[in-house]
Design a protein around this ligand. Structure first.
Ligand code: DHE
Length: 521
């Protein structure tokens, strides 16, 4: 009996095929056969994805075994994924779950040739209309990522009405990024797809798979280049922002040749460079796309010779800042001279990108979530505020002295923090706690919580983005079905609610392209 329980535990808990030399190959072979019969036609023989997403451990690491089994058994609503409960036994579903969570026998590869073969441009950029094909203000649009059924809604930010809704790739993660004029929006999916979407004609204009597992993307301030950071393979990929043709692939390794996954890429606008955070080696990279350093790359659409530009010393070549530890969550000061970085263990530092070294330690405990930080002026000082994933406090740091000036306790840990130049309040969630339905409204003058807002009792409520004038706050009820709730930012009264499928994030064109101090960039 005990032995049977152990075996069952192994089958349910996962990638344990290698544990028993005799039983393992049989279980693995049975699971592989089931995969070939039921999954391969949509998810690919190599598990790299097809009509359905990739089924690799890297793609699925955020899902619990029970969630994967449930998807195999019940399918996913509003997608092509059917439920197999009627065709597979519970044991077979457990075997398949274990199979897709374990590494394939042949390590997955994604070459430049694979990337080039995936590139498509369904619409020629030259054929696009000169003006938006609708009456809404194109600078007050919101792009809403709906994770519940992998769709994106484009919303009129004046009337709070959807203009269109389209299917995205599986698991778009992180903020979509905009071209400097706000016309194009670029998405990256966890499965490695980068998509260029035209917000004037409301259609996808280009698509490319840059890797098998991607962290995020950044757009250069001249609008000409996209940088994508991958964890599988361990590469950075530079793309032409006008149609997504590949420009350059950079293998991510330290000087000793140790490879590293990319943690995130950022655009440092005043420096005309990208900053790259690495997950596995204690280094921070900066990649310059400065035109003066490379005059050949004039920044004109389709009018530069990239081959010659790449030969310029320093152009699109990483410069390394060595770190004392791996830092992988960052916030930048407005000049982008200083980077505030936190390690997984919660240690935080200030790095000078000019000096290429640490200039201060940051007195933050727990696990500060610097990536969700915001900044604002108070009594002649620039203050940075960051939530904390462990303790659930909000920390306020003076960016002149790098001293902690106040800590405020929220009902529980949350993920996001938002504000706008035109409101005295910042909004924080507690989505990772029992108080997941509670938003805390913080007065940026007194640095204290002045109100708690529960819009839908019991429902996960998080991620706020303001209209371009800061008058309304758009809040996600991150459930499926969920809602996007519009709240008057002054009276805190609800003025509209739109049904949405787990609207995980929303992004206002004007606030993003103008780098509003209260939102992410
Ligand atoms: Fe995110 C942004 C990393 C889990 C929703 N998340 C980001 C960014 C990074 C990051 C580096 C900035 C990218 C950008 O915008 O360019 N996220 C991580 C993680 O390391 C972590 C903890 C684990 C992981 O699996 O990657 C993680 N993130 C999550 C979630 O579980 C969330 C809540 C749901 C989901 O979709 O996976 C989530 N992350 C988001 C959102 C943003 C984001 C909505 C964009 C925030 C913004 O407003 O800009």
């Amino acid at each position: 009996m005990k032995c049977w329980l152990v075996l069952l535990g192994m089958a349910l808990s996962l990638p344990l095929y290698a544990v028993s030399p005799t039983a393992a190959p049989t279980a693995a072979a049975a699971a592989a056969q089931l995969y070939g019969q039921y999954c391969q036609s949509c998810h690919g023989a190599d598990r790299l994805g097809g009509m359905g997403p990739a089924l690799l451990p890297e793609s699925l690491e955020r899902l619990k075994s029970a969630e994967i089994s449930n998807t195999i058994s019940q399918g996913r609503s509003a997608t092509q994924m059917a439920g197999f409960a009627g065709q597979l036994t519970d044991e077979q579903i457990s075997q398949l779950t274990a199979y897709v969570q374990s590494a394939p026998a042949t390590p997955p590869r994604w070459s430049d040739a694979d990337m080039r073969a995936s590139h498509r441009q369904p619409v020629a950029l030259s054929s696009l209309p000169a003006r938006p094909q609708y009456t809404a203000n194109p600078l007050n649009l919101f792009v809403v990522v709906e994770a519940g059924d992998h769709h994106v809604t484009v919303l009129d930010g004046d009337r709070f009405r959807p203009i269109t809704r389209f299917a995205s790739h599986y698991a778009v993660h992180g903020g979509p990024k905009f071209s400097p004029d706000g016309r194009f929006v670029y998405f990256s999916s966890r499965d490695g797809w980068v998509t260029q979407y035209d917000l004037y004609s409301l259609q996808v204009v280009a698509d490319i798979r840059v890797g098998l597992n991607t962290r995020n993307i950044a757009v250069s301030d001249d609008g000409n280049l996209i940088l994508a950071g991958n964890t599988l393979p361990q590469t950075l990929v530079l793309l032409d922002a006008h149609g997504l043709a590949p420009v350059k692939t950079i293998a991510v390794r330290d000087a000793a040749g140790h490879p590293s996954r990319v943690s995130a890429v950022y655009e440092a606008e005043p420096r005309h460079s990208f900053v790259v955070a690495l997950k596995d080696v204690p280094e921070l990279w900066e990649i310059s796309y400065d035109r003066h350093a490379a005059p050949v790359y004039a920044g004109l659409v389709h009018d530069y010779k990239m081959g010659e530009a790449l030969a310029q010393p320093g152009f699109l070549t990483p410069r390394v800042t060595p770190l004392s530890m791996v830092l992988d969550d960052f916030y930048f000061d407005p000049s982008y001279q200083h980077v505030l970085g936190a390690s997984r263990s919660g240690q935080a530092q200030v790095i000078s990108l000019d000096a290429r070294s640490k200039v201060a330690d940051l007195p933050l405990d727990g696990m500060p979530h610097l990536g969700s930080g915001i900044s604002f002026e108070r009594d002649g000082h620039r203050i940075m505020a960051t939530p904390n994933l462990k303790g659930g406090q909000l920390s306020f740091v003076d960016m002149d002295s790098w001293q902690l000036i106040r800590q405020v306790q929220l009902p529980g840990p949350g993920f996001f923090l938002r504000s706008h130049e035109n409101t005295p309040y910042a909004w924080a969630d507690s989505m990772m706690s029992a108080h997941k339905d509670t938003l805390s409204i913080i007065d940026k003058r007194s640095l204290s919580v002045v109100r708690q807002l529960v819009l839908r009792p019991g429902k996960t409520t998080a991620h706020v983005e303001f209209t371009r004038d800061g008058r309304y706050a758009l809040v996600s009820v991150m459930e499926n079905p969920g809602e996007l709730i519009v709240v008057d930012a002054q009276t805190l009264r609800e003025v509209a609610a739109l049904p949405m499928a787990k609207p995980i994030g929303k992004y206002n064109v004007f606030n993003k392209i103008n780098r509003s101090e209260g939102t992410s960039h």
